[in-house]
Design a protein around this ligand. Structure first.
Ligand code: ATP
Ligand code: MN
Ligand code: MN
Length: 308
């Protein structure tokens, strides 16, 4: 049952039926936030996090000794993840590879047990792997870009997508920038979807070349915001809404309403410590209408952005 952690041994606890070893290990030294604290956080926010995360292949950032120690980005974590977490084989260039996914809050606790400090899902579900159901435009500001410029660009990109008939939803990343997420009816494949995201990003950058780039190179990004459309390829990921980042302060990636975006709302505004207060004060889902807003990237729409 919710909220019941059973201490089985001094160095072990059961939460949602999952064994959590070293529950008192500090993962975020700045707050003294422990493994048990993080597991309880996911238990508390499960109804927010699972709808957007469940049944998607995952990459993980694992920091078994905490965020100050060694961390590694893993697509195929294998034996490190408790056997209770579901897996699937996904065809890759040569052969296939095993990915984990989550279905329940207990699976999230099991990821915490494995030292997962970040959870990054694919843009498709395991039931329809080859057809993404969302686009992510990842706005990556170079150091020194004023926050209000990021807000301005988020807004102009939202309008561009709107002019294509696509509704976008915004989230703070817990880091430096913002993500615009566009719900899709699964139809276009990965190559078509990535090409679409690239075309939109390039058109946007072309209208504001002093401020924007779609070029990954460090030199081109100087003084600019990089519109990272590369989140939209097969196997690419973006951090999941309502999950923590392995960064100072235990920030969380958080969906917000467009009218909440203002000078005070920085990308790292919400954390494991303060998110529950926000959620309990919310009267409705900030991304209300997400599922209903889904549109297919059909041939006509792809043509609109200049694709064959
Ligand atoms: P910020 O707002 O600070 O940019 P972010 O989550 O958007 O936060 P990015 O650096 O832009 O961070 O990374 C975008 C995505 O790239 C991540 O969410 C993750 O899914 C993926 N990613 C991160 N590190 C790696 C890595 N080492 N290998 C492959 N993909 C990665
Ligand atoms: Mn980013
Ligand atoms: Mn990026």
């Amino acid at each position: 049952t919710r909220g019941s952690a059973k201490r089985t041994r001094k160095d072990e606890i059961q939460l949602l039926g999952v064994r959590l070893s070293n529950p008192d290990r500090v993962l975020f030294p700045e707050q003294g936030l422990t493994k048990l604290d993080l597991a309880r956080f996911y238990e508390a926010v499960q109804d927010w996090v699972l709808p957007h995360l469940a049944r998607r292949p995952l990459s993980l950032v694992r920091c078994p000794q905490g965020r100050d120690d060694e961390c590694f980005f893993q697509k195929h974590p294998r034996v490190a993840i408790p056997a209770s977490v579901p897996r699937l084989d996904i065809p890759e260039k040569s052969g296939s590879a095993e990915y984990v996914y989550v279905e329940t809050a207990a699976d999230l606790v099991a990821l915490v047990q494995a030292g997962a400090l970040e959870i990054h899902p694919w843009g498709s579900r395991i039931d329809d792997l080859e057809r993404p159901d969302r686009l992510v435009f990842d706005l990556d500001p170079n150091p020194g870009i004023p926050w209000k410029e990021i807000l301005r660009i988020a807004d102009t990109l939202r309008k561009r997508l709107g002019s294509l008939g696509l509704e976008s939803f915004v989230r703070t990343t817990g880091g430096k920038g913002l993500h615009l997420v566009v719900p899709l009816v699964p139809e276009a494949d990965w190559d078509q979807t990535k090409a679409f995201a690239k075309a939109v990003a390039q058109r946007h950058a072309k209208d504001d070349p002093e401020r924007l780039t779609t070029n990954m190179s460090k030199a081109k990004r100087q003084g600019r915001i990089f519109i990272d459309y590369l989140r939209n390829g097969r196997g690419a990921t973006a951090v999941a809404s309502y999950t923590v980042r392995a960064r100072k302060g235990a920030p969380v990636a958080v969906p917000v309403r467009w009218d909440e975006l203002n000078a005070a709302l920085r990308a790292d505004r919400y954390t494991v410590e303060n998110l529950r207060r926000r959620l309990s004060a919310l009267r409705r889902d900030p991304w209300e209408g997400f599922a209903e807003a889904a549109r297919p990237l059909d041939a006509q729409l792809r043509k609109t952005v200049g694709l064959p």
